[in-house]
Design a protein around this ligand. Structure first.
Ligand code: CA
Length: 229
């Protein structure tokens, strides 16, 4: 049975969501403030977290950021009220998977939940998901190999990890901070300039034209986006 954590401080909302999700066959856990939500995410395993943005003690954004810094991979859907900064919610900075704006229909929420859980289970398992064609290269993220045609192309460990992270988030903007956290962890961090240099090297290996990249795009002031059809 898939297990969902609801982090929400409005009791009516909590009860409504809990009843409906249980009716749909999910196991449901509840946290009424940000700190409790984070501690549950760090200690228990969930298939999905529904995370309210405005919470007592710790905001939803902070819960999400801290969870990601601690390598919690659980997919997160933000529950946001109208007028909150949706650009942030989408996860440019915080690392969420989706968001839904209150008031929402339960049918819409249910569809989002299914989509996000499906996406995360295909991402974290299945071998075919680890072998992908990116531009000129065929990359095997499992075995750390890359080929252009039959020619092996050497990618460093970090180049592999950066490319893998961009690929997992393909067609979405990944901030430099998010790359730093995901690839280097938060104990040791190189400068953002280092990231730019790695990106340049990756472009030289996968792009047809390094001066005019079509795959790894720069999102000015934010980070990078791997564009794939
Ligand atoms: Ca709230």
């Amino acid at each position: 049975m898939e297990k969902i954590l609801i982090v929400e401080d409005e009791p009516d909302m909590v009860m409504g969501l809990k009843d409906n999700l249980e009716f749909e066959g999910y196991e449901v856990d509840i946290a009424m403030d940000g700190e409790e939500g984070l501690s549950r995410m760090l200690t228990l395993k969930y298939d999905l977290v529904l995370l309210d943005v405005m919470l007592p003690k710790l905001s939803g954004f902070d819960v999400c950021k801290k969870a990601r810094k601690n390598k919690v991979p659980t997919p997160i859907i933000f529950l946001s009220a109208k007028g909150e900064e949706l650009d942030k919610v989408i996860g440019l900075e915080s690392g969420a998977d989706d968001y839904i704006t209150k008031p929402f229909s339960l049918r819409e929420l249910s569809a989002r939940i299914k989509a996000v859980i499906r996406r995360s289970t295909t991402q974290f398992s299945g071998n075919d998901a680890d072998q992908v064609v990116i531009g000129k290269l065929k990359v095997d993220f499992n075995n750390y190999t890359a080929y252009e045609g039959s020619e092996p192309i050497k990618l460093s460990l970090k180049e592999h990890e950066i490319l893998h992270h961009l690929w997992r988030n393909k067609n979405r903007t990944v901030s430099r901070d998010n790359l730093l956290d995901s690839v280097w962890g938060y104990d040791f961090q190189p400068t953002t300039r280092t990231i730019d240099n790695f990106i340049l090297k990756l472009r030289q290996k996968i792009e047809e034209n390094t001066d005019n990249p079509a795959l790894i795009l720069t999102v000015h002031g934010v980070g990078y986006k791997l564009v794939m059809g």
